[in-house]
Design a protein around this ligand. Structure first.
Ligand SMILES: Nc1nc2c(ncn2[C@@H]2O[C@H](COP(=O)(O)OP(=O)(O)OP(=O)(O)O)[C@@H](O)[C@H]2O)c(=O)[nH]1
Length: 517
């Protein structure tokens, strides 16, 4: 009996042992078969990681976040390890979406590829830790990391969700190279194309204006053509064999028609009659010679027609004034050429701020001979422009500053006062050496009325008689001088750039009577 009990006990132990072994085996088998079940849980978590906002997934693909050393897969769609270390080849410089950050975490600021960003591994690690928390279950860090590094899971996610794949790709684009050298290799900005050195503009060829010496003589034919009626009328009268009383009267009429003026015409005829009688001149050639001498005398052969063009203590200042359209600006331009041709340095001041084109016109004239123009904005105070021009001329050691002024009607007292102001303001810099009144020869006696008003306001030192080439009334020169008591210093005999000549009475008369031909 005792033996039987012992045998049963042994049998029981054996049975229990066998059962235990089987159970244990079964558990092991179960554990083995249960392991894949973990994956769905982790997959689920991975899915959550790529939640609708698309964040998290990209971070998970980063091999840099590996904690267990599990081999990353190299399936398509996953980023090769080299990319996480910032290797340049697949970096997409355009894709720096902050969507690669997890909700609640600070979005990675979008930065240009060259801007260093925080190390990816740190960010990824913290993301992994966050996941462990977000999961809501107690997941040890290793499991969390496993989830992170489970290439299969990630691959499934990225394959299933193209957007997530993009996110993965995008995430890699914000990764920075390990070294500055890497940066340079990858995203060095394209070499800026060196701009071709601009060809230096060729120096404009400057004109060399011809000397003014004998210029009027060279232009005598043009003067003769214009005044041919005047000249022919005079010659026709004096070509008679013997001058009668009527002939002397006809001669006086011819002078009056040429705008010589009554007093001057009467004086000229009286002088001529007397001299021809005294000298016994009878032939037309003799009378013609006497007439030429008389006209030259009337033109004031002794007048000082020189222009002050430089001074020791600063630039000579020449102001150009007159009514609208007489040719002031043109005269300034031509005069600049004359002065340059005579060896002076010149600066022009565009004080005609009323007519915008005047300054441009002046600049064009200046460019041809290398003369600068000081100008102000349209409508600027002409006095201040004139002041600035003279100041600049002084600073630059210029010989002559030419100041063009706006045309103004002599009847407008406000405008005439303005002219007085311009002169006074210039005088704060130094004296105005010359005030040239520009008169249009074709306006005849009306020009004299204008001239009188101008001389009252500004001290006119000389007259420029323009458009003499288009006038049959060359006698105006005599009238102007007699009326104003100031000499005609220059005459305009055409629109050409060098058609301004210093006035020389002998040559004027020569052109008129064709005595030299
Ligand atoms: N035929 C001829 N035309 C001239 C002469 N001088 C000037 N002109 C012309 O006269 C016109 C007026 O000349 P501008 O110099 O513009 O006259 P301006 O006095 O400055 O004019 P405003 O500024 O409006 O007062 C232009 O067409 C010139 O070419 C000249 O001696 N002969």
């Amino acid at each position: 009996m005792e033996w039987l009990i012992i045998s049963l006990a042994i049998l029981l132990v054996l049975i229990l042992g066998g059962v235990g072994y089987v159970i244990d085996k079964g558990r092991k088998v179960k554990r083995l078969t249960d392991k894949p079940e973990v994956a769905p849980r982790l997959d689920k978590k991975s899915d959550r990681g790529s939640t609708p906002d698309g964040t998290g997934t990209a971070t998970k693909t980063r091999p840099g976040t590996k904690a267990t050393g599990t081999k990353p897969t190299s399936k398509p769609g996953t980023k090769p390890a080299t990319k996480t270390t910032g290797k340049p080849t697949s970096t997409k410089p355009t894709s720096t979406k902050p969507s690669t950050t997890k909700p609640g975490t600070k979005p990675t600021p979008t930065k240009p590829p060259t801007t260093p960003t925080p190390p990816v591994t740190d960010s990824a690690a913290s993301t992994t830790a966050d996941e462990a928390t977000v999961d809501g279950t107690t997941v040890d860090e290793t499991t969390a990391n496993e989830a992170t590094v489970d290439g299969t899971t990630v691959d499934e996610t990225t394959t299933a969700d193209p957007a997530a794949t993009n996110a993965v790709d995008d995430s890699s684009t914000i990764e920075v190279p390990d070294s500055p050298a890497g940066i340079n290799d990858t995203i060095a900005p394209p070499e800026p194309e060196l701009e071709a050195e601009p060809e230096p503009e060729p120096e404009p060829e400057l004109d060399t204006p011809p000397s003014t010496v004998g210029r009027m003589g060279r232009l005598r034919d043009r003067l003769a053509r214009s005044n041919s009626a005047f000249g022919r009328g005079l010659l026709a009268v004096i070509s008679k064999d013997e001058m009668t009383e009527d002939d002397w009267e006809d001669l006086e009429d011819s002078l009056l028609q040429a705008d010589v003026g009554v007093a001057a015409a009467t004086h000229i005829v009286e002088q001529l009659r007397t001299k021809s009688m005294v000298e016994g001149a009878r032939s037309s050639e003799q009378i013609k010679a006497l007439l030429a001498a008389e006209l030259t005398e009337a033109l004031g052969a002794d007048w000082d027609r020189s222009l002050t063009t430089n001074r020791d203590d600063g630039p000579a200042v020449v102001m150009v004034v007159g009514v609208n359209g007489t040719g002031k600006t043109t005269t300034c331009g031509k005069l600049a050429r004359v002065l340059v041709g005579d060896g002076n340095t010149v600066l022009m001041g565009a004080a005609d701020t009323f007519r915008a084109a005047a300054a441009d016109q002046l600049a064009t004239w200046g460019e041809r001979v290398g003369v600068d123009v000081v100008r102000g904005p349209e409508g600027a105070d002409p006095a201040s422009v004139a002041f600035d021009a003279v100041k600049a001329g002084k600073a630059q050691g210029i010989d002559t500053v030419l100041v063009d002024t706006a045309g103004r009607l002599h009847t407008k007292s406000g405008l005439m006062d303005e002219l007085g102001k311009v002169k006074r303001v210039i005088e704060k810099q130094g004296p105005v050496d010359e005030t040239l009144l520009v008169l249009d020869a074709t306006t005849g006696q009306n020009g004299l009325v204008q001239a009188r008003v101008f001389t009252d306001v500004v001290d006119v030192t000389g007259v420029v008689l323009t458009k003499l080439d288009g006038s049959a009334k060359g006698g105006i020169v005599i009238a102007v001088q007699n009326e104003l008591g100031v000499p005609v210093k220059y005459v305009g005999i055409g629109e050409g750039k060098d058609d301004l000549a210093p006035f020389v009475p002998e040559e004027f008369v020569d052109g008129l009577l064709q005595t030299g031909s």
